[in-house]
Design a binder for this molecule. Structure first.
Ligand SMILES: NC(=O)c1ccc[n+]([C@@H]2O[C@H](COP(=O)([O-])OP(=O)(O)OC[C@H]3O[C@@H](n4cnc5c(N)ncnc54)[C@H](O)[C@@H]3O)[C@@H](O)[C@H]2O)c1
Length: 309
């Protein structure tokens, strides 16, 4: 049995933690010694009283002997959530971007609000809070950041063009921050979870949801948030106790002829089967891999250097 993954003296900020996955994370981190900021804008009806969900979760954690503080700001004002972490605990070690909403509608019926609401919570919200935490993590030379993507973002989904765009956007954001955070000890990863929650209750059958507890996602989140995590810039799918990592794969490149020799649509269409085959097992990881592949084929020297962070 390996040593328990502990978070003693660490401050863990979790957005959208009044319910579902975020709530499960908050409880788990507190059991492992973490001091938790439980953020959520949701209200709950308990025993006839209308209360903040974040406060209920924080109370539960504190009653069980853990340490948690509720915050009820929207992630859109992410800087306030980080301010609250600083006011109460003086630092931020782990940031879990988890808050989310759905505005499912097929694209031809989608209006400006359906689009904007989703972008502002998922993408702008994750930006706002991460931007506020980033200088603290850089200064501390330490940080763990998670972004919550979705299979809908990775693969596209009917009725979720708004959500899928935001969820894929978070992967671009996270991968870039992984590069920028590398020299400062900051690791950034993305998860695409599947779990029973109020979000999925309306779209998945109950028999399926019974087997998809949030507790079957939490172990991956704990691993990625821990100081022992070496990965950065990676995307993981997780659900029902199943965990896997994703990567890009390039098809076999077409080398019809160089541009100089008249690279044309007609010549390319002749090579279509090759363009769609994947026999070479080429897994690019960074922008320079693209430039290298082009220069190998064309003989053009394309040497780009990453900018210092
Ligand atoms: N459950 C799944 O199968 C699944 C699949 C893919 C992605 N996700 C993602 O996982 C995350 C958690 O989802 P969940 O299933 O636990 O849903 P959930 O609805 O149970 O939890 C999301 C929480 O975010 C809160 N929230 C919404 N807008 C907010 C804002 N502006 N500021 C602060 N809090 C806000 C809500 O009040 C809610 O409590 C979301 O980002 C969701 O898109 C979930």
């Amino acid at each position: 049995m390996s040593a328990e993954l502990r978070f003693d003296d660490q401050v863990v900020v979790i957005t959208g933690a009044g319910n579902g996955l975020g709530r499960a994370y908050a409880t788990e981190f507190s059991k492992r010694g973490g001091r938790v900021i439980v953020n959520d804008i949701g209200r709950a009806e308990t025993n006839g009283a209308d209360q903040w969900q974040a406060e209920l979760v924080a109370e539960e954690i504190n009653a069980a002997g853990g340490e948690a503080v509720a915050n009820t700001d929207s992630v859109i004002h992410g800087e306030r959530i980080i301010e609250s972490a600083l006011d109460h605990f003086g630092r931020v070690d782990v940031l879990i971007n988890n808050a989310g909403i759905l505005r499912d509608r097929s694209f031809h019926k989608m209006d400006e609000n359906d689009w904007r609401d989703i972008q502002s919570v998922h993408l702008d919200g994750a930006y706002a809070i991460t931007r506020a935490a980033w200088p603290l993590m850089r200064e501390a030379q330490y940080g763990r950041v998670l972004f919550t993507s979705s299979a809908a973002g990775l693969y596209g989904n009917f009725g979720q063009a708004n959500y899928a765009a935001a969820k894929m956007g978070l992967i671009g954001l996270g991968r870039s921050l992984a590069i920028e955070g590398k020299s400062r000890g900051i690791k950034v990863n993305m998860i695409a979870p599947v779990a029973a929650s109020q979000l999925t209750a309306t779209v998945m059958p109950a028999t399926m949801l019974e087997q998809l507890g949030a507790d079957l996602v939490t172990p991956l989140v704990v691993c990625l948030a821990h100081k022992s995590c070496e990965e950065s810039g990676e995307v993981f799918e997780v659900g029902g106790g199943w965990v896997t990592r994703l990567r890009w794969e390039r098809s076999d490149p077409v080398a019809v002829s160089s541009a100089r020799d008249g690279f044309s649509a007609e010549a390319l269409s002749q090579e279509w089967p090759q363009l769609n085959s994947f026999t070479r097992q080429d897994h690019p990881r960074q922008v320079s891999d693209t430039f290298q592949a082009i220069s190998e084929l064309s003989g053009i020297s394309l040497d780009i250097k990453p900018q210092a962070g």
